[in-house]
Design a protein around this ligand. Sequence first.
Ligand code: HEM
Length: 117
Amino acid sequence: MDFLINVFVVLHLLGLAAIVGSAVFVARGVPTPALVWGARAQIITGLILVGLNEAGDEPLNHTKIGVKLLIAIGVAACAEIAAARERKGQGNPQLVHAAGALAVLNTLIAVLWTSAS
Ligand code: HEM
């Protein structure tokens, strides 16, 4: 179980790299497929991690998970809307920046929120 959890943590970190790498460092202001798929992947791998941790009786801070889920939905919404507008020729760099900033916020929460509940 620990190995499987670690595999999904790696996938979760790759999703984070896709979002922040694309939005903040590479294609500033342009919604790339890496941004959109990274945002989707965070929700899916995050929920799988919750399931695996619960199944393995690993302690989880559910308040922290709830906050991260809300922020991750915000990241995905910004990425999806930015990509849809880009397809219509109405680029919106602010939405891409917001997706990157929210992903950085979720990283800070993931690592710095260390209390048990
Ligand atoms: C943009 C969205 C997200 C980012 C940037 C993000 C970031 C991270 C990072 C950096 C870690 C590793 C923390 C560590 O090992 O110290 C982590 C772990 C984890 N994340 Fe996320 N995450 C996101 C979304 C989610 C979502 C939506 C869920 C679940 C609903 C979730 C659930 C988890 C769980 C269960 C872990 C492992 C246990 C823990 O450290 O609390 N994440 N996340």
